[in-house]
Design a protein around this ligand. Structure first.
Ligand code: PLP
Length: 290
């Protein structure tokens, strides 16, 4: 990473107002007993930054608050976190594409205050993924699509720091010769990628699975759905089966930093890439300034 910027959000306790402190991203800042490191007990957001502008900022702040509620963490102070994100993003204004990450952990073991920080750096070049697309495999997530209702303690759909399972799924995809994953529920419905939302185009219909299937409500998907009518598409939230994905005209994995990556094969079976719509989606996503 060539450029990294870090601000710590300091929770001082008592009546003291939480505040922002500048820190050096190249030097250690985290206590070894912080549960972010020892248990993955916390939440995060990753935002894309285009020429210094954080994209979908308010949607990310809302989802950060939602994840905090799901984990019984203190509500993040919206104004403070917004200021920290904007401050880090501004330092990346010389770069066309960058990203900023916010982290809130339950804090140091045995102490009552959460730990928070915001950092950012330059994005990788995703031109190949956005144009040539991704080969994906379908992997069973091992949960039914009603897991969020039946077992809320599993935190399905919260953006927790525990991404070891998501990373393991991508390694399994790579072992199978693929780039990425679409998780499927045990009752046979598409869920999401390990770091992305699934979009499927069938005719004039652009669909995504319901967030109450225990998946993360995507900020990129939400923005694309607002724009769908510009491309003559009806945006629909609905259950999607693997068969419907295989038969679909086109599909994408969409996410904040990589933006829209077309799916070029599913379990080794080629899928057509809609190059024009992929370019339109990525042009729209790149142009966002809020
Ligand atoms: N689903 C999961 C599990 C994710 O980790 C992400 C993003 O990292 C997404 C979906 C896409 O969300 P967004 O578009 O807000 O980046």
């Amino acid at each position: 990473m060539s450029v990294a910027h870090l601000l710590l959000v300091v929770h001082s306790g008592g009546d003291a107002v939480p505040h922002i402190v500048e820190a050096d991203a190249e030097h250690p800042q985290l206590a070894v007993m912080d549960v972010a490191a020892t248990r993955g007990d916390g939440i995060f957001e990753t935002l894309s930054v285009v020429q210094g502008h954080p994209q979908a900022l308010e949607a990310h702040l809302s989802r950060f608050e939602r994840s905090a509620r799901m984990l019984d963490l203190p509500t993040p102070d919206r104004g403070l976190w917004r200021d920290a994100i904007v401050a880090v993003a501004e330092r990346l204004a010389d770069h066309d594409e960058a990203w900023v990450k916010t982290v809130l952990s339950r804090g140091v073991e045995g102490q009552p205050l959460p730990t928070g920080w915001v950092y950012g750096t330059v994005s990788p070049d995703f031109r190949r993924e956005r144009t040539e697309g991704l080969s994906v495999v379908l992997l069973d997530r091992g949960y039914r699509s009603d897991v969020a209702q039946s077992s809320p303690w599993l935190l399905a759909g919260a953006k927790t720091l525990s991404y070891a399972v998501n990373r393991a799924a991508v390694r399994e995809a790579q072992r199978r010769g693929a780039d990425d994953v679409i998780f499927v529920s045990t009752d046979g419905l598409l869920l999401e990628g390990p770091t992305s939302t699934v979009l499927v185009k069938r005719g004039e219909r652009l669909s995504t699975p319901p967030a109450d299937f225990g998946i993360l409500p995507g900020t990129t998907q939400e923005d694309l759905f607002h724009a769908a009518s510009e491309w003559g598409l009806a945006a629909v939230v609905e259950p999607i089966t693997p068969e419907q994905l295989r038969d679909a005209d086109a599909a994408w994995l969409v996410s904040s930093v990589r933006h829209a990556a077309p799916v070029r094969s599913v379990d080794g079976v080629p899928k057509p890439v809609d190059a024009a719509l992929s370019a339109a989606m990525n042009g729209f996503l790149h142009a966002r300034r809020t």
